[in-house]
Design a protein around this ligand. Structure first.
Ligand SMILES: Nc1ncnc2c1ncn2[C@@H]1O[C@H](COP(=O)(O)OP(=O)(O)OP(=O)(O)O)[C@@H](O)[C@H]1O
Ligand SMILES: [Mg+2]
Length: 156
């Protein structure tokens, strides 16, 4: 586990951009955090870090946005709308094992379809400071343990 504090949206974006170069095909990143925590903000930075120049916006109405112009594909998913189910036939594994990076906002709503191993990033607000966030990286599995160790080196 690795924790880091950010003091504005740009800092959160930057950490996303710094994570991008150490990601590998089929990496899966779960973004946890309430409405407005900064999940999409982090994803914007990650996309930039992959070399994606197209504007990354919240995919709330389409569930999945694919970006193919970067170092590898980015599959940005926001499954908030699947809170009450209905995500069972969307072919998740085609994305998770499709050779790109999958980033999933509100992943708890498709818990049954997630791979065994992943990197979870929890983003938490500070009630006393509107612009502060605590980012907690929680790896699941050996590969992601190593990824977090690498990220720690890059950020420290
Ligand atoms: N330290 C910070 N890190 C990230 N975002 C911040 C920070 N401080 C302020 N913000 C602001 O918080 C908002 C985060 O919005 P964002 O869309 O990224 O959240 P989200 O977690 O994707 O929400 P949703 O669940 O609705 O998709 C933005 O308006 C951003 O400018
Ligand atoms: Mg979002």
């Amino acid at each position: 586990m690795f924790k880091i504090k950010t003091n504005d949206a740009e800092q959160t974006e930057k950490i996303g951009a710094q994570l991008a170069p150490i990601l590998e095909p089929n990496d899966v990143l779960l973004l946890d955090g309430n409405l407005g925590a900064g999940k999409t903000t982090f994803t914007k930075g990650l996309a930039k870090g992959l070399g994606i120049k197209r504007y990354v916006k919240s995919p709330t109405f389409t569930i999945i946005h694919e970006y193919h112009e970067g170092r590898m594909p980015l599959y940005h998913m926001d499954v908030y709308r699947l809170e009450d189910g209905g995500g069972d036939d969307l072919g998740w594994d085609e994305y998770f094992f499709g050779g790109g990076v999958s980033v999933i906002e509100w992943s708890q709503y498709i818990r049954d379809y997630l791979p065994d191993d992943y990197l979870k990033l929890k983003i938490a607000r500070n009630d006393d400071d509107d612009d502060q966030r605590i980012l907690t990286f929680e790896p699941q599995g050996q590969h992601y343990e190593e990824l977090v160790a690498q990220l720690k080196e890059v950020l420290e």
